[in-house]
Design a protein. Structure first.
Length: 235
């Protein structure tokens, strides 16, 4: 049976991804930084819970030891993410963003991916079919943000897209370094989640589809790519 870890899975897109993968036969670890919420989500889903804060080395290392003791890991889904806020409903723009706001966003969205991936690499390397899925969204695309005809061109925030573009680079470099793994970035769409104050136009069920699909690719599947539900995306 395939064993999967999903970061930030106590609600929203991570929670729905867990539900779909459990239905597909995966043993799923739901991770969260809040133990009570994480355990509640795991119980609802029929998943396993592991305490994990992607910004905290100790919880990441402890989670890796727990999963190793339980038998190992086949699929890692780096889903946890955050966006800094200028106020309740907007992200700081190029005119207002500070280094501290950039640092806070990168700590979760980019450094967190490195922290978690590094800790779980030994387990993934022991898997017969290791897979890493990095959830980056559409704002990670430099091509689309710089193209006036693209809807994302008009997004004014800085920290969030910069951090997710950095994760795309991590995807490329990890994929080259570990050719026996399938490592890809995914864009789930504009999903209704707490991250965007539920202003998205798609459901979590729709958004989870591409994550679930890429989590189930075999050793002959793509690696080092960036995909949405319709196929490859431009970097």
């Amino acid at each position: 049976m395939t064993t999967t870890l999903i970061t930030g899975a106590n609600k929203g897109l991570g929670h729905e991804t867990a539900r779909q993968l459990i239905a597909a036969g995966h043993t799923v670890y739901v991770s969260a930084r809040d133990a009570e919420r994480g355990r509640r989500a795991a119980e609802q889903l029929g998943a396993r819970f592991v305490l994990l804060d992607v910004t905290d080395d100790a919880t990441v290392e402890a989670a890796a030891k727990t999963i190793a003791a339980d038998g190992g890991l086949d699929v890692l889904i780096n889903n946890a993410g955050t966006a800094s806020r200028a106020d309740a409903h907007s992200e700081p723009t190029a005119a207002t963003v500070t280094a501290d706001q950039m640092r806070d966003t990168f700590e979760t969205n980019a450094f967190g991916v490195v922290r978690v991936t590094h800790a779980f690499l030994p387990l993934l390397q022991r898997s017969a079919a290791p897979v890493v899925v990095n959830v980056v969204g559409g704002l990670a695309s430099l091509t689309n943000l710089s193209a006036p005809e693209s809807p994302t061109h008009f997004y004014p925030g800085v920290a969030y897209p910069a951090s997710k573009t950095a994760v795309n680079m991590l995807t490329v470099q990890y994929a080259k370094a570990f050719p026996d793994m399938r490592i890809n970035s995914v864009e789930p769409g504009f999903i209704k989640t707490d991250l965007n104050d539920n202003t998205g136009t798609q459901s979590v069920e729709e958004g989870a589809e591409v994550i679930v699909r890429m989590a189930q690719i075999g050793p002959d599947g793509p690696t080092g790519g960036y995909f949405d539900a319709n196929g490859p995306l431009p970097w």
